[in-house]
Design a protein around this ligand. Structure first.
Ligand SMILES: NC(=O)c1ccc[n+]([C@@H]2O[C@H](COP(=O)([O-])OP(=O)(O)OC[C@H]3O[C@@H](n4cnc5c(N)ncnc54)[C@H](O)[C@@H]3O)[C@@H](O)[C@H]2O)c1
Length: 339
């Protein structure tokens, strides 16, 4: 089998690559990534000596390059993580978000049609459903809930989901979609809440928390998300959407407080709220639990402990992002390879 994993130099994609290598050691894996600011080639260095692994620096919205790679490698399964994933950056500049998340997904779908794949899996987010009020903890989003995205990032992901599902209906392309809640764990870019809080606390700098910190998210350890995608690839039904969640709702403030306790250092500072800041996301994971037997295995306390330990033991990884040197790792690697 040949697996294409897009966005594999990013947070969840890289964790998925390591998961796939462990669970499918004899399959060929090709990682497609443009290496934007969020892509970190150094995360993938341990995989590069494996003859069954290939890294290709490519823009998923570049139709010609994508078609050429698909016809060369003929993938069986495409797992699509590549995205502009920052809500804050999408507010500042929607154009790259729409290009990558919407157009990039459409290009990949066309390439899948051209070569014929046994699965295209669209990795999506619970943000496509919009938000829920804080005073109605009885409400959850199911796969049947209407898509009501609030912001640019969420609406780009909702568009991509709908395009992917329309390729299933129109062309019979074997598509599945997963909509997951907030992930945390190793290799996450330190602009997101969990690694940002850890890195600020380690540098003895104040940890910014938006608004009153009461915004609620469901938090899932990244390894559990990878397992969920693995199960969907194995047993999921074509044309279906699966919500993935941990039934673990926490306010942003609670998350940061737990990190501060785990590290025994860190000071919280409330910051001006983000515009259009969704209050609560919560997906109902009944379908994936009943149909595919997926349950989150890692408790939040254990997951945060593991995550904090990982960042403390991998401060070089964090420092290379903070000083910008991570952006040179790919060029240096290519230069050495050519010599
Ligand atoms: N992080 C979360 O909590 C979360 C939750 C649910 C769903 N998701 C979804 O999971 C996926 C991965 O999220 P993440 O947090 O790992 O993101 P990330 O920002 O850490 O990684 C994105 C990766 O995509 C690459 N990329 C961006 N534009 C590209 C392009 N045009 N061509 C090729 N590669 C490109 C980047 O270089 C980077 O390596 C996204 O689709 C996101 O919507 C994320």
């Amino acid at each position: 089998m040949v697996y294409f994993v897009t966005g594999g130099a990013g947070f969840i994609g890289s964790n998925f690559l390591y998961y796939l290598k462990e669970t499918h050691p004899t399959d060929r894996i090709v990682c497609l990534d443009r290496l934007t600011y969020a892509g970190n080639f150094s995360t993938l260095l341990p995989l590069l000596s494996d003859p069954l692994f290939r890294f290709v620096k490519i823009d998923v919205a570049d139709r010609e390059a994508v078609f050429s790679l698909f016809s060369e490698e003929k993938p069986d399964v495409v797992v699509h993580f590549a995205a502009e994933s920052s809500v804050d950056r999408s507010i500042l500049d929607p154009a790259p978000v729409l290009r990558t998340n919407v157009l990039g997904t459409a290009v990949l779908l066309d390439a899948c049609r051209a070569v014929g794949v046994s699965r295209f899996h669209q990795v999506s987010t619970d943000e496509v459903y919009g938000d829920l009020p804080l005073d109605r903890p009885d409400l959850f989003f199911t796969e049947e809930s209407p898509l009501m995205p609030s912001g640019i990032y969420a609406s780009s992901k909702a568009s991509a989901d709908m395009i992917a599902l329309s390729y299933y209906r129109t062309y019979d392309l074997p598509v599945t979609v997963s909509r997951c809640s907030n992930n945390y764990g190793p290799f996450q870019f330190p602009e997101k809440l969990v690694p940002l809080s850890i890195s600020r606390a380690l540098r003895k700098e104040p940890i910014p928390v938006y608004g009153d910190g009461k915004n609620v998210r469901d938090w899932l350890f990244v390894r559990d998300h990878c397992r969920a995608i693995g199960l969907i690839l194995e047993k999921g039904k074509e044309g279906k959407v699966y919500n993935v969640g941990a039934r673990n709702e926490r306010s942003n403030l609670e998350v940061v407080q737990l990190i501060v306790r785990a590290l025994r250092q860190g000071e919280i500072e409330f910051a001006k709220d983000r515009v259009c800041h969704d209050r609560r996301y919560s997906v109902c994971p009944d379908l994936i639990e009943k149909e595919l037997g997926f349950y989150a295995e890692t408790s939040f306390e254990e997951g945060i402990r593991k995550t904090v330990e990982w960042y403390v033991s991998n401060q070089d990884w964090l420092r290379a992002i903070e000083d910008g040197s991570y952006r040179k790792v790919f060029e240096d690697f290519e230069e050495r390879r050519k010599k």
